[in-house]
Design a protein around this ligand. Structure first.
Ligand SMILES: Cc1ncc(COP(=O)(O)O)c(C=O)c1O
Length: 292
């Protein structure tokens, strides 16, 4: 099999990417048992500690959605939806109607080539935390822009003890030539090669750099050649000028031959990450994690 440019397609070896923590994760067995008895007529569940439907504080909620969320109204009403929105266990990846909307929005905005799985998280910072824990161990090298988002740095990247490898930037953000020379130098010197990069392609924080489509393709190409997972923080994709909201898709849209993972936010931030199918963790806001 070959890609668009005729180069051979290499399948992603996800098993070699996961951290020890990720490999040790198992589905929650108790949740499976509890869920299998839920809603079965005549059964009153005394297991799992699930509150009864009439104990929930919210009986209905209605969100008017702006254009960037696809417009219309998202209603949570009636016993089935209100329980689904408030009960334990039912939707560990997020409230399903919201997830479906975010999924549609991701397809429209990012135009990914492969399947995308969306997970809703409480803010992109939390999505980033989850993704980094799945991909990197303490001491692992991580590529990032030479100036980066201070909270990601202080709350995640430094406390997690990664070896941070800053890459030089210009007005369009990370420089492909600097990325390439850093990687080839490390390889020549026999240093540990990074498996991932953290990048903010639109409205880069703190520089405001905006990566154009050609630059995105160049960064993606270097990442592809060095087998890098791209953790794309796309908090500001809706603030692109002059063409307006979401004009340039994130790096996820460049995925051609390998699986993409992203962390992004909708509203403000979300997280996308690519596991067997790419997944996007969306907070009510915008960031993204890709593997290319
Ligand atoms: C680049 C970037 N990513 C993420 C965030 C924060 O995201 P969240 O509030 O969803 O955790 C910010 C700041 O608001 C930011 O500038």
């Amino acid at each position: 099999m070959t890609n668009d440019s005729g180069a051979p397609v290499r399948p992603v070896d996800w098993n070699s990417m996961w951290t020890a923590k990720a490999r040790s994760l198992r589905p929650a067995r108790l949740a499976r048992i509890v869920n299998s008895f839920m809603g079965v007529p005549g059964i009153v569940g005394m297991h799992g500690g699930l509150p009864p439907a009439d104990a929930f504080p919210i009986s209905s909620i209605s969100f008017g959605l702006g254009p960037m969320a696809g417009g219309g109204v998202l209603d949570i009403s009636g016993p089935k939806d209100t329980v689904a929105a408030q009960q334990y266990c039912f939707a560990p990846s997020g409230y399903e109607p919201l997830r479906a909307r975010l999924h549609a929005l991701t397809l429209a905005q990012q135009r990914p080539q492969g399947a995308v799985q969306v997970n809703v998280t409480c803010g992109s910072t939390y999505g980033l935390d989850v993704v980094l824990d799945l991909l990197l161990e303490r001491g692992d090298p991580l590529l990032l822009e030479e100036y980066t988002y201070s909270h990601a740095l202080e709350a995640q990247l430094m406390p997690k003890g990664f070896e941070l490898l800053p890459v030089a930037m210009d007005a369009q953000g990370m420089l492909p030539s600097a990325l390439e020379s850093l990687l080839s130098r490390r390889r020549a010197e026999g240093l540990r090669m990074p498996r991932a990069m953290y990048v903010i392609p639109s409205g880069q924080n703190p520089t405001g750099a905006a990566m154009g489509p050609a630059r995105r393709a160049e960064i993606y190409e270097v990442a592809r050649r060095y087998d890098l997972v791209i953790v794309e923080d796309d908090a500001y994709s809706w603030l692109q000028y002059p063409d307006g909201e979401g004009a340039v898709p994130g790096l996820a849209g460049l995925q051609r031959e390998r699986l993409a993972a992203g962390a992004g936010s909708r509203g403000r931030h979300s997280v996308e990450a690519g596991v067997p199918a790419a997944f996007e963790c969306q907070s009510p806001c915008n960031s993204r994690v890709l593997t290319c």
